[in-house]
Design a protein around this ligand. Structure first.
Ligand code: F6P
Length: 545
């Protein structure tokens, strides 16, 4: 990034503009809110409360052009193998390509496969929801357990929670990801094996946590159903690894396929979304895809100046690479979106948490931010203090729906007022003079002077406000796609591969080694292992002996 011509210009611009206060920028320009505002489908973005001027945006957009963003977008959408370290195309956009334009991987139009799996999912969904699919004692399915982790868990979990009000009244969804014997025991105690369907979701079908939980589920099921032939009625798999699915004992006809050009954290649009489709119905799943497709079309066809994912990505670059902000906060003011921050956390941090560029050279600039978040009002009473008065400049994305619920609509007024107020407080802050005015006469002069520095807020803290007309499948689809593209664009500017995740591999390998050595340690293991790890293992063994 540093070699780009405009990078230097941005550095100069940062030096010239870093002391501008948003309070003054708003005062000077009565049209600021309208100028820094975008709308795509059911999503509106107010980005006026950022430390930007017209010039900032012009320079950032030039930077994106110099980084070859136009070409890179074309490469992704046409199926070029842009995940170079794994030699894979990156085509989650094909899964929601509702206009069906042909997309080729290794000379094959993949849209036929995409549509075939979608039809298979839809047929299965209809059978479960209509009550045609029966368990081994002829009971209808009432409970679905999705067993998966990371991308094979968080996406479906987040969407099912967010869109709960569209769910089937008979069907309850459960998500198992962590290996925690107590968690699974508690779940099984409340499930009826005769009316439960397990979806084993794993791209590789080899992930230790998922396979351990899947085996526990099979064991629990067989302890009730007894006959192996009944597995067919209660276990389905979603995977790219058909062989491993067969070996596990799941019928081939119960395997829903996807492909290595779908990254785990980008996979909720694929068969990994089977639990979503069953819970919400195929029409709602299609609406989710349609919403994402709408954002995809906006992304590929809109000039950067008005392109929502481009604008969000560039604002992130502005803070991370020029202000040195290392965190990004997601604050949905919506209880149903409570898992959205966790989902974006994986999407962003697993994608852009990289320290070498595409050529393997160590980068000398910041890449992906630390992403965290929490539902709005709860966050206000937890960590917003640091965001208001701490020493970091960490941008916040506020997310809320405009539509009031039919019941408790007054609560929505309170919720949204709090959101608007927080964004305003972050932007404006409160000056010493304002504090003085407020406290004059209420405190002794001496006490007033003491408390003054503590009560002052510098303000000038950036935020984006994302308004959903309402939280429905279509708008949620657009929202997720917005973040996916934002992350891709930032990866392009940093020249990193956003689509591999080797960083999580080392821990997996070491865990296997440690597990194998818990009972008995070989000399070789002792030699290669540090004393802290050995000591901890001994303490654990002793405690359980
Ligand atoms: O550990 C990280 C990861 O590889 C994620 O990228 C992925 O979503 C998750 O594990 C689950 O992998 P799988 O779907 O193969 O079980």
């Amino acid at each position: 990034m540093k070699h780009l011509k405009t990078y230097k210009k941005l550095l100069e611009h940062y030096e010239q503009s870093k002391n501008l206060h948003m309070r003054d920028l708003f005062k000077e320009d009565s049209k600021r809110a309208q100028r820094f505002f975008l709308e795509v489908g059911g999503i509106k973005l107010d980005y006026s409360k950022n430390r930007i001027t017209n010039k900032t945006m012009e320079l950032l957009i030039t930077l994106a052009r110099e980084a070859g963003l136009n070409e890179k977008i074309k490469e992704m959408f046409s199926g070029k193998k842009i995940n170079t370290t794994e030699d894979r195309a990156v085509l989650h956009i094909a899964l929601r390509n509702r206009i069906n334009t042909p997309i080729f991987v290794d000379g094959k139009n993949i849209m036929d496969d995409v549509n075939n799996v979608l039809s298979k999912m839809a047929n299965f969904t209809d059978e479960i929801r209509s009550g045609k699919w029966l368990g081994y004692t002829n009971q209808v399915i009432t409970d679905i357990v999705n067993i998966g982790i990371g991308g094979s868990d968080l996406g479906p979990l987040m969407v099912c929670e967010a869109l709960k009000k569209f769910s089937h009244p008979r069907i309850k969804m459960h998500f198992v990801s962590n290996i925690d014997a107590r968690g699974i025991e508690e779940l099984f105690a409340n499930l009826n094996p005769q009316s439960t369907l397990f979806i084993i979701s794993s791209k590789t079908f080899s992930t230790q946590e998922t396979m351990t939980n899947a085996l526990a589920a099979k064991e629990w099921f067989l302890s009730h159903a007894e006959k192996k032939e009944y597995i067919k009625k209660h276990f389905v798999a979603v995977s790219t690894n058909k062989e491993a699915v067969k070996e596990f004992g799941i019928d081939e006809s119960n395997c829903f396929e996807f492909w290595n050009w779908v990254g785990g954290r980008y996979s909720l649009w694929s068969a990994i979304g089977l639990s979503i489709m069953i819970y919400l119905g195929k029409e709602n799943f299609i609406q989710l895809l349609e919403g994402a497709c709408l954002m995809d079309s906006h992304f590929i066809s809109t000039p950067f100046e008005n392109n929502m994912p481009v604008i969000l990505a560039l604002l992130g670059i502005w803070y991370i690479n020029f202000y040195g902000g290392g965190a990004h906060i997601i604050a949905p003011y919506d209880e149903y979106l409570r898992n959205f921050p966790r989902f974006i956390q994986q999407l962003d941090m697993e994608s852009n948490g990289k320290q070498v560029d595409k050529n393997g050279n160590k980068i000398d600039y910041e890449s992906g931010p630390v992403v965290f978040g929490e539902t709005g009002i709860n966050a206000q009473h937890a960590f917003f203090q640091l965001l208001h008065q701490g020493t970091h400049t960490s941008p916040i994305d506020f997310i809320v729906s405009l539509k009031k619920p039919k019941r408790y609509f007054k609560s929505h007024d309170i919720l949204i007022s709090n959101l608007f107020a927080q964004a305003q407080a972050f932007m404006r802050g409160i000056t010493k003079d304002e504090v003085l005015k407020e406290l004059k006469g209420k405190l002794k002069e001496e006490d007033l002077q003491k408390v003054l520095p503590h009560k002052e807020f510098s303000g000038n803290r950036p935020s984006n406000i994302i308004l959903l007309e309402e939280l429905n499948p279509r708008n949620l689809g657009s929202l997720i796609s917005l973040y996916e593209h934002k992350i891709f664009i930032q990866g392009v500017i940093w020249n990193i591969n956003s689509f591999d995740q080797f960083g999580v591999e080392l821990g997996k390998v070491l865990a296997k080694d440690i597990l194998a050595s818990l009972d008995e340690m070989s000399e070789e293991f002792i030699q290669k292992t540090d004393s802290s790890t050995l000591n901890l293992m001994q303490i654990y063994k002793k405690y359980n002996s």
